[in-house]
Design a protein around this ligand. Sequence first.
Ligand code: IPE
Ligand code: IPE
Ligand code: MG
Length: 257
Amino acid sequence: MTDPKGLPPELRPRHVAIIMDGNGRWAEAQGLPRIFGHRSGIRSVRAVVEEGCRLGLQQMTLYCFSSENWKRPPRELRFLFRLLRHFLVVERAELMEQDVRLTMIGRRDGLPEDVLAEFDRTAELTAPNGGMTLCLAVNYGARAEIAEAARRIARDAAAGKLDPEAVDESTFASYLSTAGMPDPDLLIRTAGELRLSNYLLWQVSYAELYVTDVLWPDFRAEHLQRAVLDYARRHRKFGGLPGRAPASPPAPSPTAG
Ligand code: IPE
Ligand code: IPE
Ligand code: MG
């Protein structure tokens, strides 16, 4: 099989998260400044969003800018935010056409006002759409997200709104920025690095990992298809035995005592 659209629904991922890496290397390989790689990467975003919709994914979450990426030179940062703003404006009609709902995770603090304004406009416009959810992780860092959830839980407990004994995995998840979203089933990283780079650490606990050497600006629909077909061949066991795996992780059993 070459087209994962023919897969039975239970073998298809509901949520695909992607670490879009390798833009700089792609540009450098052609003797171009790094920003050309970011610009070309937009074509890959378009291609995977379109393919994600065609495959009937419920959600796709793209790592656009990490909380660590502030270490990049100011010129690269300015370019990245200009590009993001441009994407949010130019792709609006296409997202509507494809029935995509746009959301964002990450800290708003520190992001340029014009980017936030365009994001809010696109999110509001696409909110009623019932197709794939496209979630952009911008100024996102998983450890900060987990620390923030712990802080809010502590605050609610101190205010008497939450019983500390009642805090379980689902309570905790409901305090994360991804509350209400399904956990990623498949995590794709391009450009070959074997690390998570502070991405969705809580949420990918049982995601299937797929790393490809393809650099992000070269990533197209066929590469997403390959990753999804590879996913369909995996045996997800969630700690159980092969062949008896439930379709999704079982609810955690209550702790003793
Ligand atoms: C990913 O490409 C894009 C962002 C992190 C914003 P990189 O810019 O990290 O590309 P490499 O890893 O240097 O090739
Ligand atoms: C991860 O890529 C962040 C994004 C893709 C936005 P990086 O290029 O920043 O990750 P490291 O520095 O190689 O870990
Ligand atoms: Mg990189």
